[in-house]
Write a protein that binds this ligand. Structure first.
Ligand code: 2M8
Length: 437
């Protein structure tokens, strides 16, 4: 490892240390003062490379928020803090399934099995790591069962999301049309606090926030009952990123089941169902189409927007080699900033730079995100597209080295945006730097 990389590794570990709260890690001190679900997954992957104790605690503490029906909430609130919506606003006690912990009432992409298995793979004490897997496996299984039953009455092997926050890519262009359809009424008074902390150019619009709040109001009116929500909620999407991660997570669950000698028949049926339906939901013209898109259950159509979501299928083994290569070459010409690109090699943007709505500053509507690039790196490697994967890794390292540990980055200048000292940026950099060549 070069001196530069050693320093970066040290800085990344320091950021995680600063954001560590005894048994979990906050995404960033100023903007996100609680525990977030998929952030914890990525953060665990980082810890698994250098602190197994923290890695295990991070994941186990997250599941303290799990609901009795298996739902893993997207935020756990441990103490009141300046964040909207706070625990009081969610009113989860109206659900018969809510836990004692204070949590939100919606979920996030299921990256946790990948994190659990990384703990095992990176552990020097396999027996101890196996004991951890035995403890976490039934909890993750319960979560996946919730996603593939309550969130999939269609039996498609693909879970439905009810809220843009469940996608993790909150104000992505993909949600503009489904959100625009929503008629917002009877909104309670609420106060955004995010714009006091980060410039509003970099955050979702007030119109988006009204819709975010309205969707939660609908869920509350349904007492967070999935059957009722399925009938009432005006936003229901088979999200391609969420489901690519879920499919991968189920494959990893099969590996975990093997290690601990657990039953795997139910997981096998989920994997099979996803395989059978992935392309019919996500591909406009069958398996040969290069780009795949989310499916809007209410609009009854695919959401054809050129965003990084269409690249995340690379994280599954469902593509043909030819299709994977076509996606890789498409992303190289459309998801980087050509002449003005700050780096020799591309770091991929959240929206195609050719898109009329590409915005270099605004959150999930253009900027570069490290978790997306980390997933693409893993995907390129899995399809043997190794030169592109290596170039991507170097560029991610350079970007962070030059601009710091931010939540996201302006693709035109490299400037860091959103929250600073951002945990998953640090954790996934640690994962990249810890890889054996
Ligand atoms: C962002 O989302 C939260 C709402 O959950 C917010 O904007 O307040 C997203 O980037 C999401 O993916 C992430 O998990 C969360 C915390 O980092 O922040």
């Amino acid at each position: 490892m070069s001196a530069k990389e050693e320093k970066l590794l040290h800085d990344a570990e320091r950021i995680l240390e600063e954001n560590w709260k005894g048994k979990y890690t906050i995404p960033s001190p100023r903007l996100y003062p609680h525990q977030w679900s998929w952030d914890s997954g990525f953060i665990t992957i980082g810890y698994s490379n250098f602190d197994q104790g923290k890695a295990q605690k991070e994941l186990l503490s997250l599941f303290e928020g799990q609901w009795a029906n298996g739902m893993l909430p997207h935020v756990i609130f441990r103490f009141e803090n300046n964040y909207f919506p706070n625990s009081e606003y969610w009113q989860i006690e109206i659900s018969e399934y809510s836990p004692e912990a204070k949590t939100s009432g919606i979920t996030q992409p299921p990256a946790h099995a990948l994190a659990a298995y990384d703990i095992f793979k990176n552990s020097g004490d396999k027996e101890e790591a196996k004991a951890f897997l035995k403890e976490i496996f039934p909890k993750i299984l319960l979560f996946h069962r919730y996603l593939l039953t309550k969130r999939d009455p269609e039996n498609s092997g693909l879970a439905t999301i009810y809220h843009p926050w469940e996608s993790g890519l909150d104000n992505s262009l993909r949600w503009d049309e489904p959100l625009a359809r929503i008629e917002v009424k009877d909104l309670p008074e609420y106060q955004r606090v995010d714009k006091d902390k980060v410039h509003s150019d970099q955050r979702p619009s007030d119109d988006d926030y009204d819709r975010y709040v309205y969707l939660i109001e609908v869920m509350k009116k349904c007492s967070y009952n999935d059957e009722k929500i399925y009938d009432e909620i005006p936003f229901k999407i088979k999200d391609i990123v969420f489901n690519s991660i879920l499919y991968k997570a189920n494959q990893v669950m099969l590996e975990i089941a093997d290690v601990i000698g657990a039953r795997n028949d139910e997981i096998k049926t989920w994997v099979q169902a996803t395989k059978e339906n992935y392309f019919s939901y996500f591909s406009p013209n069958g398996t040969d189409e290069t780009l795949l898109y989310d499916y809007d259950l209410i609009g009854e159509k695919r959401i054809v927007k050129r965003t990084a979501a269409s690249l995340i299928s690379l994280c599954t083994d469902l593509l043909s080699q030819d299709q994977a290569k076509r996606i890789a070459s498409w992303m190289k010409h459309s998801h980087i900033c050509k002449e003005s690109c700050v780096h020799e090699h591309p770091v991929f943007t959240s929206i195609s730079v050719d898109d009329m709505q590409f915005n270099p500053l605004n959150y999930w509507r253009g900027p570069i995100w490290i978790n997306i690039n980390w997933m693409l790196y893993e995907g390129l490697k899995s399809y043997g597209i190794l030169d592109d994967a290596e170039n991507l890794k170097k560029s991610v390292i350079d970007l962070i080295d030059e601009h710091g540990f931010y939540e996201y980055y302006n693709p035109l200048s490299g400037e860091g945006l959103g929250a600073d000292n951002f945990s998953w940026t640090a954790a996934l950099l640690i994962d990249l730097l810890s890889e054996e060549n």
